[in-house]
Design a protein around this ligand. Sequence first.
Ligand SMILES: Cc1cc2nc3c(=O)[nH]c(=O)nc-3n(C[C@H](O)[C@H](O)[C@H](O)COP(=O)(O)OP(=O)(O)OC[C@H]3O[C@@H](n4cnc5c(N)ncnc54)[C@H](O)[C@@H]3O)c2cc1C
Ligand SMILES: Cc1cc2nc3c(=O)[nH]c(=O)nc-3n(C[C@H](O)[C@H](O)[C@H](O)COP(=O)(O)O)c2cc1C
Length: 1071
Amino acid sequence: MPDARIEQYNVPTQQSSAALEFENIKRQCPVLASTGCNADFCQSGRMLHTDEPRVGENRPIEVVMNEAEQFLREMLQGGLFSTIDECEERIRVVHAEICSNSRHGIIPGQEQLGFVGGIYYQSTQELEFGLRRSWRNARKCIMRSQHETLVLKDLRHITSSLEMANEVIKGMQEAFNKGSIRPTTFVFPARTVDQRGPMIISQQLLAFAGYKMNDGSILGDPANVQLTKDIIELGWTPPEYKTRWDLLPFVTLAENAAPAIVELPLNLQKLVQIRHPRYESAFEDLDLKWVAAPALSRLGFDIGGVQYTATPFIGWFMDAEIGVRNLADSFRYNVLPDVVKALKLEGSKDYDDMDDLPEYEKLALLSRAQAELTYAVTWSFQNAGVSISDSFTASANYIEFDDAFKAKHGYRLPSDPYWLAPPQGSIVPIWHRGGAPNYQPKPLIAKHVLNPMKAWRREKNSYSSPVRQLAPVSAKAIPNQIIAQSISVATSITTQFISNKLQGFEALMGTDSCHIAIHYCTAGTTARKLADKLHKKIAMYLAKTTSKVILHNIATLDAIEVDELGPNTLLLLVVSSTGFGDIPANGQAFYNACKLRENSTPKLNFRFSLFGNGDSRYADSYNGGALKVLEALNGIGGTSLGGSGFFDADTALEPVPTQALDRWFHALQQPYDAALGVNGQMTIHDSKGNITIPLKRGSIVDPWTLLVQQLKILTAQFVPATIVDIKRGSELPGTGSMIVTLDVGATPCVHLGCIQVLPVNSPAKVETILSLLNLDGSEWLDLSKTEAIIGITNKRFFAELVDLEAPFSDLAWISQLKIGENIPEASIDGLGSFKVLQYLQSQGLFPEYVSQEVRKNIILSMRLLTERVFSVASSAPVLRLKGSQKRTCNEVDIMVKSVANGRFSDAFLSACSLPVALQVRSIEAACTRKLTEWTGQTHMVAIATGAGFGPVRALLQRQIGLSREKSMSVFVGVKACDVSLISDVLDEAAISGIADVVDIVPSNENKLRIQDRFLEPCNRQHLKKKIEGDGALVFICSGQIQATEIIRKLDEVVDGEIRVILGERLILEVY
Ligand SMILES: Cc1cc2nc3c(=O)[nH]c(=O)nc-3n(C[C@H](O)[C@H](O)[C@H](O)COP(=O)(O)OP(=O)(O)OC[C@H]3O[C@@H](n4cnc5c(N)ncnc54)[C@H](O)[C@@H]3O)c2cc1C
Ligand SMILES: Cc1cc2nc3c(=O)[nH]c(=O)nc-3n(C[C@H](O)[C@H](O)[C@H](O)COP(=O)(O)O)c2cc1C
C-alpha cells in the first residue's frame, strides 16, 4: 500500500511562471550543484562552464551527510522505499556509516583542516537509482529519455588495474549486445577520504590513436594526440604500420596501483565501415569508419555524497556526433573536403583548393557533403545492425520526454542548448526550444579534478610494480578491425569448426587469456594471404563469442619481439621459402634474433605452430626456410603444438593454398606428442592430406603421384612466352645486368608485379635425351599404369618441365643399367642430368636400349624446373595509352642481373638465339598494391641498386606516361657497365620534369655507394624536406645488405629512426 505522504510529496505546484518553475526546482531538487554562475555573471553562454562540480576532492562531513539524506529522500520520492519509515531508518544507518568513515583532513576552499565526510556503501538499488538520476540530470545529453533503461554493472569489488580493464572488456560485449546496445555503466569502488579513487586513463573505451607526424600533420584522431602520447609514455607500442584507424588500448589506473594497458580483443574492436547506398564506390574510396559505440571513460558520478571516480559507460551514437562532428570537424578528421571531391558534387571540379572558392560556394558544398556523410553514417550503422539515433528522432524523443516531465513535475530538466541541439541547427526542431533554466541538480555526472595521467606521473615513483601490459607480442602489428557487419554473419560449419578449435586453444594454453599472434614471412604474397585468411577465420569466431583469446594482427616474422614471447602466447607462423631453402627477407631479422638468443638461459617458454609453405619441386631445399625457422624456434625454447608441418602448397589447384592451411589448422588440436613423429621429426604433409612424405621425392608417397601433382602445378600456371630482345650492359657473362623483353602473348600481366620464368631446355639437348631414352617425343609421358594420362608429351616434358642442367636427385638407377662396370662417382658428381647421360653415353656406359623400368627411374630422378622471379621493369599500360612508344600490348621488360652459372640469367640467356621460347607466369609482388595505389600525388623517393632498378624503371615510365611532374626523386647505384641500360629512362624523367633529382652512382674505385650520397649537403636537405616535410614515400629496391645500409644512412639524414618516421610510407622490395 503506497504511503499517502509520498504521493503528496510528488505533486508539483501548478503554476507556470518562471518563478514558480524555480520554486518547483528548489523544492524537488534539494541538492543543487554550482553551475559556475554568480549574481554578477552567468555562464550559460559558455561551452564549458568554469567551476562546474567535479569528483575527486574531500568534502565537509555536513555536506556529505546532507547529500546522502537528500538522495535517500529522492529515492523515497521516486517510489524506491515503500514507507517513509524505511527511508528514515536507512538515513540513520547511512549517517552512522559516514561518521565512522570520516576523519580530519584538508578540505578544498577551507583554510584549516576540517572533518571530511567519509563514504557509505550504497545498495545496488541505490547505486542504480543514482546512476539513472545522474543521467536524467545531464544537461548536455539528448538521450536522457532513456535513463530508466540504464544498466548497472557493479564492479565495486575490483581493485587492480588489470582486472578493471579486463572486467570492462568482458562486460562490454554484453552491453554491446550484438549491436543492439544496452546503455550500461561499469562502476568501480568509490573514492575514499584523501584518495583520488580509481580512474580510467582512456577517454573512451573505443578510440582512435592520433599520431603527430614529423611534418606536423596528424595521422588518426587529432582529439587523441595527447592521450596517444600519454599511453605511449606508459609503455604502449603503437603499430609499426600506423593508420588513421588504429584503436588505442584500454588503460586503467586502480587506487594504489600502476596503470594497466590492455589491447582490445578482436571481438571488441568494433568498427562500422561508412558506406552510402547511392555513392558506393566513392565511399569505398574514402574508406571512412567509426567505432560502433561511444563509451566515455573519464567521467565520474556524484551520487548521494558518494563519489565514483571510475565509471565508464557505453551508449549509442546520434548520427551528427559522427557525421557532423567527429569525422567532419576541421580540427578532427576533417573529411568533408574529401567527401566533396569523392562525390564529385556539382561545382567541385572547378577548383583545386576549396579555399579558392567564394565562401557561399564553399558553404554549399560542405553542407551537402555534411548531409550525405551524416546520412551515410546512419545508413551504415543501421545496415550493420548497430544502434544509432538520427537527429530528428533523438530530438523528437527528447522534446516529448521534456514536455511530459514538465507537465508532471512543474519544471523542466536542466539543458544546455549548445550541447543539446544537434549541430545541423534549425532544421532539427529542438534548436528552436532554446535553453531551460540553468541549474544542476545532484546526483550528477562530473569530471575528476585530476587528470589521471598527471595523477600517475606524481605517484609513479612510489610504485615498484611496473605498468602492466596485456599485449606481449606483436603490439606493433596493424590493429585488427572488425567491421560491424560481420557481427551478423550466420554461424557456418567453418565457424563451428573454428569454435571447437579455439576452445581447444584455451584449454591447450592452460590459461583463459591467451594471445594468438599470426606472423608470416614471404618473398611474394602467398604467405601473407594465408596469414590473412587464418586471421579472418579466427576473428570471425571471436566476434561471436566472449572468448578471452586476444587475437593480434598479422605481421611479418620480423615484427616478433623475441624477448617478449611468453607462456600466454601462441604463435601461428606461415613461413615460405625462397632462394635455395632460404628464409624470405622479412623473416631474416627474427631468425638472427633467435640465433643470438639460442645459448641464453633461461630458455623462453612459448608455444607455436608452423605452416611451412613450400614446393616439393625444390627437392633438396623443400621448405628449407621453414625448417630453419623451426630449428630457430626450438633453439630458443619454443614448444611446437600439434600440427606444425611442411606443406606442398598446391597453388595450381588454388591460387592461395587454403586447403593445406585448413588441414594444418585442423591438426593444431592434436596433442604435441602425437604430432611429432619418432625422434621428434616433424609431421610432413603433402598437399592431398596428412600423408607423411620425405623431403625428397621418394619412398613413402608413390613418386609418380607426386610427380603428376607437381606437373599439374607447372602446366596449369605457366604459359608460353617469347624473349624478343635482350639489351646487355656488358657482354661478359656473369657481370652486369640485362633488359630482357618478353612477348607474353595474350597473358594479362600484373602491373608492377613480377614475372616468373621457367628457363626451358635447349631443343638440341631435348633431342639428345629423347634419342638416348629411345623415345620419339610425341608419345604421352607414361607416368604410371594407374595414373590418368595428363596430356604431356615426352618432348614437352624434357623441353619445358625438367631441368636438364640440374643434377639428378639420386643415381640409384645407374645400378640398373647392368653395364657391369663401376662408374667413378667423381666423374659425374655435381653434373647436370644432361651431362651425366651424355658422359655415360660417351663412355659407352649407356645401353642402346633402356628398359621401361630404367627409363621411368631416370625420369623420376630428374629435377623439375624451378622458376626464377623478376620484377616487371616496364609500364606498358600507360605507355600504350599515350601511344608514345612502338611497343605492342603484350611486351614486358624485366631487368635481370647476370649471375655466373645462373640457370636463367647465364645458362639460358647466354646460349639462346632470339627469338626464344620459354614459360612464364605473372604474379603480384609484395609491394604491387602499394605501388599501383601510388600515382604521384605524394612525392616518392626511389632508391635502387643493381637490377632493383627494374621496378623503379616501371614507375618512371608510368609517371612519364601520366606526365606527373616532380613526383619522384631517384637514387640509383649500378655497375658502371649498366649505366647505359638505365640512362634513357632517367634522362627522359629528368628532361620531362618527372624526377626532381636523379642521382646515379656507378661502381667506382673509391667504393662510394649511392647511400653515401645521401649525406652530401644538397641531397641531405632535399631528402629531409621530402621525407619529414612533404610526407614522401620511400621505395627501396635492392638486395638485403644494400637495403640495410640504405636504411642506416637514411637514419642519419632524418631526426629519429627512418622506419618509425616513415611507417607505412616505407616500401621495401628486397631480393
Ligand atoms: C620478388 C622477387 C623479385 C626479384 N626481382 C628480380 C629482378 O628484377 N632482377 C633480378 O636480377 N633478380 C630479381 N630477383 C632475384 C632473382 O629471382 C634470383 O636472383 C634468381 O635466382 C636469379 O636466377 P638466375 O637464373 O640468374 O640464377 P640461379 O640459377 O637462380 O642462381 C642464383 C644463385 O644461386 C646459386 N645456386 C644455383 N643453384 C643452387 C643450388 N642448388 N644450391 C645453392 N645455390 C645455388 C647460383 O650459383 C647463384 O649464385 C627477384 C627475387 C624475388 C624474390
Ligand atoms: C625464387 C624462388 C625460390 C624458391 N625456393 C624454394 C625452396 O627452396 N624450397 C621450397 O620449398 N620452396 C621454394 N620456393 C617455392 C615457394 O615456397 C612457393 O612458391 C611459395 O608459394 C611462395 O610463397 P610466397 O609467395 O609467400 O613467397 C621458391 C620459389 C621461388 C619463386
